[in-house]
Design a protein around this ligand. Structure first.
Ligand code: TRP
Length: 332
């Protein structure tokens, strides 16, 4: 355990996760947990940068923990914890703020996007979001940070801040590297296969959420757009709809695209879509059942979080006290 490299990632508990997130993030973490010293957090402090319903935020925090575990992330192997349980995140964020320029935060694309979407609430936290994320990563001296493409700019800033601090006050932080998941099969929107499947698509029928029940999943797949012609062939250029469905099938049935194509050779679009829907629903059902079971055992979940917070606090506290020393905070 001691000589494994440290890996850090987090998900906001407010994200309504799709099968795209599952394939792109959580499913990859399953392999990573075997080879790295992993910290996976529930980023509730990031979540409040846009207004949340408090009761919902609380509930979604536990739901995400239960989902992590139901998907196979093992709390015995990884440190699973809630960001706000570890005060060092806020504390390091404050110090790092003094190594971050207002101008560079104003230029962040996600800040600009969110400012447009939440024009009534462009709060300081929204602008500070990347610095808090840098604090998350740097506290654990993480070498690797698996994230989606949308977090590339935030990761660059985390590296810049780490280097800036190291240069100003002697090497302190590991400069993290992003692991940008080449999502084996990139999953696109069922209604508009030219776009990535997203939690906030205009048409909710285009996204399959991990919380969707069997009927909903099958209904959405039945309505998925296909392409002209009738052949079930992987050809993203001329058959984006069918190709997306084949990718989804291949991931959820653990089969190659070629195997999937031959399996559906001569099958009509309607039956094909039904088969893909059933496969996805069958695959998600045990995860959903396990998540529900875990959510009914709050005591167990609290034990996991307590253990996680203790472990995270120990690692994070070590880094924070180094930082405080280097920066000249008088210690008693
Ligand atoms: N901002 C990330 C997202 O929305 C979540 C996140 C918070 C994160 N802190 C992190 C990801 C640290 C990686 C490392 O996807």
């Amino acid at each position: 355990m001691e000589d494994k490299k440290v890996l850090y990632s987090a998900i906001q508990p407010t994200n309504n996760l799709t099968i795209g997130n599952y394939v792109g993030a959580i499913k990859n973490w399953l392999n990573l947990q075997e080879n790295y010293d992993c910290y996976f957090s529930i980023a509730n402090m990031h979540a409040i940068t846009v207004r949340q319903n408090p009761a919902e935020l609380r509930q979604k925090t536990l739901a995400l923990l239960a989902l992590y575990i139901a998907c196979g992330i093992d709390p015995e192997k990884c440190c699973l914890y809630v960001q706000s349980h570890v005060p060092a995140h806020a504390e390091l964020c404050w110090v790092l703020n003094t190594f971050t320029y207002v101008g560079e935060m104003e230029r962040m694309t996600q800040f600009k996007d969110k400012s447009l979407r939440h024009a009534e609430n462009i709060n300081m936290g929204l602008m500070d979001y990347p610095v808090l994320m840098a604090a998350d990563i740097l506290l654990y001296q993480a070498q690797y940070v698996p994230v989606g493409e949308d977090q590339r700019q935030h990761l660059e800033i985390a590296r810049d801040i780490a280097q800036r601090f190291n240069n100003a006050l002697t090497p302190t932080f590991t400069v993290p590297e992003g692991l940008f998941m080449k999502v084996g099969a990139k999953i696109n929107d069922l209604q508009d296969p030219s776009k990535k499947m997203s939690k906030s698509a205009e048409n909710p029928n285009g996204s399959i959420f991990l919380t969707d029940d069997r009927d909903t999943i099958i209904r959405k797949f039945k309505r998925a757009v296909t392409d002209s012609g009738s052949e079930i062939k992987y050809d993203p250029m001329s058959k984006p709809g069918v190709s997306n469905l084949l990718s989804i099938y291949s991931v959820f049935a653990d089969k190659s695209i070629a195997e999937a194509e031959s399996e559906f050779n001569g099958v009509g679009y309607g039956d094909f879509k039904l088969a893909v829907g059933e496969t996805v629903a069958d695959r998600l059902a045990p995860v959903q059942a396990e998540q529900a079971k875990l959510l009914a055992d709050k005591e167990y979940l609290n034990t996991v979080l307590k253990k996680g917070a203790e472990r995270a606090m120990k690692t994070a506290g070590r880094t924070l006290s180094k930082v405080y020393k280097k920066i000249g905070f008088y210690q008693i």
